[in-house]
Design a protein around this ligand. Structure first.
Ligand code: AMP
Length: 175
């Protein structure tokens, strides 16, 4: 049985990265440990609640690592949501507000078909802006969003309040 507390103790807090005032949750100690990486993927797979998932959508860039492994484990496809200008084919894009300024995320217009069951995965939920934009892209493609799943949730930032009525799951919550 994967231990959530073992995962929690492996996460490294890095103060003032990438800028002053931010405590960055470094997940590389989990990635670098075969057992912990496997456990994190098992726990994220559980958030599908046994649903038959067609596509696992990962958010640029750390979300890709977890989403691709979850997709492989569930026998589902993997779909990237990327920062602007990285995807080669026709895209749908959405701009969203960051702490300072704006950013744009994009998805290929044919990456998810109407009614497909989707698990959206990212490493961390902070203010919720990134995930909210990804959800809007998936809503636009008429995906059936089974769960929006994070390894880490910074609960004190109340990001989940931006994510509407979708099911939101996180493995490790920091209140
Ligand atoms: P947000 O849009 O504010 O929810 O930010 C979420 C995105 O930013 C995720 O893709 C995370 O990888 C990254 N992120 C935000 N805050 C942190 C943090 N404190 N530690 C690590 N990653 C973070």
């Amino acid at each position: 049985m994967p231990s959530v507390e073992t995962l929690r103790s492996a996460i490294r807090d890095v103060a003032d990265f990438p800028k002053p005032g931010i405590v960055f949750k470094d997940i590389t100690p989990i990635l670098g440990n075969g057992r912990l990486f496997q456990d994190s993927i098992s726990l994220l797979c559980d958030t599908a609640n046994g649903a038959k998932i067609d596509k696992v959508v990962g958010i640029d860039a750390r979300g890709f690592i977890f989403a691709a492994a979850v997709a492989d484990r569930l026998g589902a496809g993997f779909v990237p949501v990327r920062k602007q200008g990285k995807l080669p084919w026709n895209t749908r894009g959405l701009s969203y507000t960051l702490e300072y300024g704006e950013s744009v995320v994009e998805i290929h217009e044919d990456a998810v078909h109407p009614g497909e069951k989707v698990l959206l995965v990212d490493d961390l939920l902070a203010t919720g802006g990134t995930a909210a934009a990804a959800i809007q892209l998936l809503d636009g493609l008429e995906a059936e969003l089974v769960s929006v799943s994070f390894l880490i949730e910074l609960g004190f930032l109340k990001g989940r309040e931006k994510l509407g009525s979708h099911r939101i799951e996180s493995i490790l919550n920091y209140e």
